[in-house]
Design a protein around this ligand. Structure first.
Ligand SMILES: [Zn+2]
Ligand SMILES: [Zn+2]
Length: 390
């Protein structure tokens, strides 16, 4: 079989499974499970892979809902990543049911390529993208050490091959003051709410002097008890994001300075904790991106490398992109005004058309895997580019 015929066979394989894949996607959508609680979805996905000849390791990296599915024995190993967590209250408003389904569709179709060309395909189940940075934890625990490249596609309101996600770390802050009657003895109180508001305003001032692409945003989660009591305790949650990991470190210090300044000004005691998990900024591998784009074009989807919008959110796919050449193209499943993480997007993530678009991307991922397994030059170029940008 030549490469063209091989690509046609994987396209047909995915089309022939359309009904099964639709049922799988709907089942995950109808039973939303939040970060690290995705027990049913993980079992449905790993079961589907196992039924189709994959060797499965479940509960890897001490995460019960993570898995590693492997087909083939040789090298290189090309990984397709699956996400399947839902958002609290909103269900599948990030469309991870579609990511999961496109991943197993591409993985199972890749068997044809592995049988013909050698190498190995891995479908790696990566839980808890939204709240816990599952891939960051898995990266630290070695889940991606044996792979040579990684691909994942994400649904959205537009099409583009390259997504710039930001480095991100979250922060929980508390101020401890001293309660007092707000009118009778205000001079005896220490106002923890003033400390929080001064911090908030200091961060507002900081924001106009930071680099493009950086983001600092937060909410006050405890603002005090009652208007006639000097607030003795306040708490807030903040996200700090930056274009690259080094600048994130710079920004983290500046943000803490804002809180320290307010602590000195008010006399309230500052307590803070950075989350253990840190989302790395995405390094998009342009060699893989162009191969994916060419394959999408063959399938009739003419999609741009980059979109109009430069900055997105943050994703733990960034942590994988620090280890191996990685891409995470965005695939349109809804009109541009249907925003991700909204109930409207959750509705869109259930439609038949959405799945068809994501299966188009699954075909292109499998065709890209064929490009990598059939011509070592492609993987070498991806590696060389990765080496330069790392
Ligand atoms: Zn999301
Ligand atoms: Zn997402």
């Amino acid at each position: 079989m030549n490469i063209g015929e091989l690509k046609n066979s994987v396209i047909k394989d995915i089309e022939s499974r359309s009904q099964q894949l639709e049922e799988l996607s709907r089942k995950i959508h109808d039973n939303p499970e939040t970060a690290l609680e995705e027990h049913q979805a993980a079992e449905w996905l790993s079961g589907y892979l196992e039924d189709n000849g994959f060797a499965l390791e479940r509960g890897i990296c001490k995460l019960p809902t993570a898995f590693w599915g492997r087909y083939g024995k040789g090298k290189p190993t090309i990984a397709i990543l699956a996400e399947y967590d839902a958002l609290p209250k909103l269900g599948h408003a990030c469309g991870h049911n579609l990511i999961a389904t496109s991943a197993v569709a591409a993985g199972v179709a890749s068997r044809i390529a592995v049988d013909a060309l050698g190498g190995c395909v891995a479908v790696i189940g990566t839980p808890g993208e939204e709240l816990t940075g599952g891939k960051a934890i898995m990266a630290d625990r070695g889940a991606f050490d044996d792979i040579d490249a990684a691909m994942i596609v994400h649904p959205g309101g537009g099409n583009r091959v390259v997504m710039n996600t930001l480095a991100c770390q979250t922060l929980v802050v508390e101020f401890l003051g001293k309660a007092a009657h707000s009118s009778a003895e205000p001079e005896l109180g220490i106002n923890a709410l003033e400390a929080m508001i001064q911090s908030y305003n200091a961060i507002n001032s900081l924001r106009q002097h930071i680099k493009d692409g950086a983001r600092i945003h937060g909410v006050i989660t405890d603002g005090g008890e009652a208007a006639n009591i000097v607030p003795a305790h306040t708490a807030a949650s903040f996200f700090v994001r930056a274009e690259d990991d080094d600048y994130l470190d710079v920004l983290k210090e500046k943000v803490i300075d804002c809180f320290n300044g307010a602590a000195i000004a008010t006399g309230a005691e500052l307590k803070y904790k950075w989350d253990d998990v840190r989302y790395a900024a995405m390094i998009n591998n342009m060699t893989l991106a162009r191969l994916f784009q060419d394959n999408m074009k063959t399938l009739g989807y003419d999609i741009p490398l980059r979109g109009d919008k430069i900055w997105g959110g943050s994703s733990d796919v960034g942590n994988v992109s620090r280890l191996v050449p990685t891409i995470q193209p965005l695939v349109s499943i809804a009109a541009g005004d249907v925003l991700i993480h909204t109930p409207e997007f959750a509705v869109a993530a259930k439609s038949k058309d959405s799945l068809q678009s994501m299966l188009g991307a699954a075909k292109a991922m499998t065709m890209t895997l064929i490009d990598l397994l059939s011509d070592p030059d492609n993987l070498n170029r991806a590696r060389e580019e990765f080496g330069k940008r790392k």
